[in-house]
Design a binder for this molecule. Structure first.
Ligand SMILES: [Zn+2]
Length: 707
């Protein structure tokens, strides 16, 4: 960050007002070298704003403290928003180098904000007097959220405790980075190099991928199976060589547990210990208590209650599935007990035999453009929105923009869809924004993006999706609507800024409309003939939804339970991680033929940073909500029931973080969610109930976000 500001001031497009169409930033004019000086100036500007608020000689008021904080840091928001859109969707060496440099700066900046004693004193005083300030509900919520954030970051502690907390955070950050790099190192170090004759059972796409992997690793003309999930899982699914499946599987589940420099077990023990200490400094008995306190679940017990409800049923269903697989082995003349490296292989065989479903037969019915239209029509029928393509300058020619209007023809915001995979894009699918909705600085309208990684077709060919891809498109579009429909005053509360066990509700719920027959019949049309999908094929497709769900639920739920258990340990300095995991799973009666989806030594959700530490349950928590929420429509017999849609909009999609999530859900549904719809969806009820026409709830486990 050495460029003198005077030379960049006039030329740096990041430092100008956003005056493009729809208030867009001048994206095509932005180059990587603009970011360093822009970040530098924006960070300095925000620091000056914060210092001024903290040093205000007047006694603290809602306006001179909370409103002032909400209005501060706008330049930093603008620079960061553009930067992180590009860092995810269109990156390269230059952007990556800036990212490594800027991330710690941003972390330090946020620490300095939350541990600013003078600032916290003002917030704490306002919070004490909150009932006498004449605040409306939204004001009270903003103040409460600020207070909570500062307290949870340690602002209320004395100086020695704060110093210890800062040291813990720093140590945890570097341990987290090390953890992830160790997993990556173990993955990179392993490849099972095979000859043509070893590939029995592998379909063309898996052979092609193995060939490319071998080439990349210096074995041209051979085939390599790596420990990347896609490589490994498809080998386990299709390879007829039981000996090789076992080899790959053993290597896969030993990542981070191989001894030597990349072994993660000591790191886990230290992280769990430091997290426990952190929680105690902040007044909580365990890290799980600390983590859950600011979630919808509130307590580890509440999360556990849900997991316990599911666990026994999932094991029962998995036992039935195991017996069917064992029977298949016997029928083929096999004389061995089903092992973990056999499960996927025999499941795939059973799937083919039972449902006769071929991916190649499905794909032509799911055209990208038609599925975008389907997502738009769903939003129109639920919320009255319309989407019109507009030509605006963006950061890549594949990104497309749509102006969103409401039923009265008023501008709602801009939606940008960037759907195709490319080398400059990170893998996965996500929603993000260039600008969030708010009313504090006038009627600010959102600019929301969906980034996906669908295969780009050859020129002149239609882009085709798998059914899973189509579901991902609907999922991300549900997040997009959460941003677009947001109707709050304060930026802190806008759109998706809700707790992490609530944020997947709008997205997972939206997936249900993809399976509504009216939508499928209209939009799932053959790319060549234009014919709708034949009913028999559709039925077979939908029938697979509860297939193998015992296995999927067991491998997920075991992880969520072990996560809660390890983060409930009072002390862990001498923890033997392998033994802890083994003992915990024994106590849970884990089926012998199934291994945790992520074993502790490579469980990156928990230990590469703390994103899902004591929070892996969130996926299922949100699934309870989405299954139960869709039942509200199913009950009316109309998947687009206007009254239900209006409540959904008022209390969920437009409400951001205006209320406690449980309160918001109750206002929508008239009661708190029950687990029944989830059990039905995953086929975990004792006796299958008949599906009502719109209760097409069941689907694959919610792994779209890399669960
Ligand atoms: Zn999501």
């Amino acid at each position: 960050m050495t460029q003198p500001p005077s030379t960049t001031n006039t030329q740096n497009p990041l430092l100008t007002e956003w005056s493009g169409p729809f208030g867009l930033p001048p994206l095509p004019a932005i180059a990587p070298e603009h970011f360093r000086p822009a970040f530098e100036r924006a960070l300095a500007a925000h620091r000056a704003e914060i210092d001024a608020i903290a040093a205000n000689a007047g006694s603290p008021s809602f306006d001179n403290t909370i409103v002032a904080l909400e209005k501060s840091g706008r330049a930093l928001d603008r620079v960061s928003n553009v930067f992180f859109v590009l860092a995810g969707a269109h990156t390269g060496d230059a952007i990556e180098a800036i990212e490594r440099e800027v991330s710690p700066l941003l972390a330090r900046h946020s620490n300095a904000l939350y541990l600013n004693a003078k600032l916290y004193a003002r917030i704490a005083e306002l919070y004490r007097r909150r009932d006498k300030l004449g605040l409306n509900a939204e004001h009270a919520r903003v103040l409460d959220r600020y207070h909570t954030r500062f307290v949870r970051a340690g602002a209320a502690l004395d100086k020695p405790a704060q110093d210890r907390l800062a040291a813990i955070n720093e140590r945890l950050a570097s341990l987290g980075t090390q953890f992830g790099q160790n997993v990556l190192a173990d993955e990179k170090a392993y490849a099972l190099v095979l000859e043509e004759g070893d590939l029995t059972g592998l379909p063309d796409f898996a052979r092609a991928a193995a060939r490319a992997a071998a080439e990349e690793r210096g074995h041209p003309g051979k085939y390599a199976i790596t420990l990347a999930r896609s490589s490994c899982e498809s080998f386990l699914q299709f390879s007829a060589r039981r000996d090789l499946r076992e080899k790959v599987f053993q290597a896969w589940i030993k990542r981070g547990e191989n001894g030597g420099a990349t072994d993660n077990r000591a790191l886990i023990a230290e992280m769990v210990t430091l997290r426990g200490e952190r929680a105690k400094l902040l007044g909580f008995a365990t890290y799980a208590d600390y983590r859950l306190d600011d979630q919808m679940a509130k307590t580890p017990q509440a999360a556990r209650n849900l997991l316990d409800e599911v666990w026994g049923r999932a094991r029962a269903k998995a036992a039935v599935e195991r017996d069917a697989l064992q029977k298949l082995i016997a029928e083929e003349g096999g004389n061995f007990a089903l092992a973990p490296w056999d499960w996927r292989y025999y499941t795939e065989k059973l799937r083919k035999a039972k449902f006769d479903l071929d991916e190649a037969e499905i794909k032509p019915y799911f055209q990208l453009d038609k599925m975008i239209d389907a997502a738009f029509e769903t939003a129109h029928r639920l919320f009255g929105l319309t989407f019109t393509p507009v030509a605006v300058p963006l950061y890549h020619p594949d990104a497309r923009a749509f102006e969103v209007k409401d039923a009265q023809g008023r501008h709602v915001g801009l939606f940008i869809g960037d759907y195709f995979a490319r080398a400059s894009k990170h893998s996965g699918a996500w929603m993000t924004s260039l600008r969030d909705q708010e009313k504090l600085s006038g009627d600010v309208r959102p600019v929301i993006l969906n980034i996906c990684n669908f295969s780009k077709p050859a020129a002149g060919e239609p882009a085709l999706l798998s059914f899973d891809d189509a579901r991902t498109l609907f999922h991300e579009f549900g997040h997009a609507l959460h941003g677009l429909l947001s109707n709050v005053t304060y930026p802190l509360l806008a759109g998706t800024s809700v707790s992490s066990d609530f944020v997947e509700l709008p997205s997972q719920l939206y997936e249900h409309w993809l399976e509504v027959p009216e939508i499928l019949q209209k939009y799932a049309r053959h790319a060549r003939t234009g014919e709708p999908m034949p009913k028999a094929l559709l039925d077979r497709l939908l029938a697979t939804r509860t297939f193998n769900q015992g296995f999927a639920t067991v491998e997920y739920t075991a992880c969520a339970l072990v996560d809660l258990d390890i983060h409930a340990l009072p002390a862990a300095a001498d923890l033997d991680v392998s033994k802890f995991e083994r003992d915990d799973l024994d106590a849970l009666h884990m089926p012998a033929e199934i291994v945790m989806r992520h074993r502790l030594p490579h469980f990156q959700h928990l230990f590469s940073g703390d994103g899902y530490a004591a929070g892996y349950y969130s996926y299922m928590w949100s699934e309870v909500l989405d299954a139960d929420a869709f039942e509200a429509f199913a009950k009316t017999g109309n998947a687009f029931d206007p009254a239900t849609a209006q409540r959904l909009r008022d209390w969920i999609y437009s409400a951001g973080n205006l209320r406690d999530p449980a309160e918001a859900y109750k206002a929508f549904r008239g009661r708190l969610p029950t687990i029944d719809a989830l059990l039905k969806k995953r086929g975990l009820t004792i006796r299958q109930q008949r599906r009502s026409p719109h209760n097409l709830a069941a689907r694959r486990p919610l792994y779209c976000h890399g669960q």
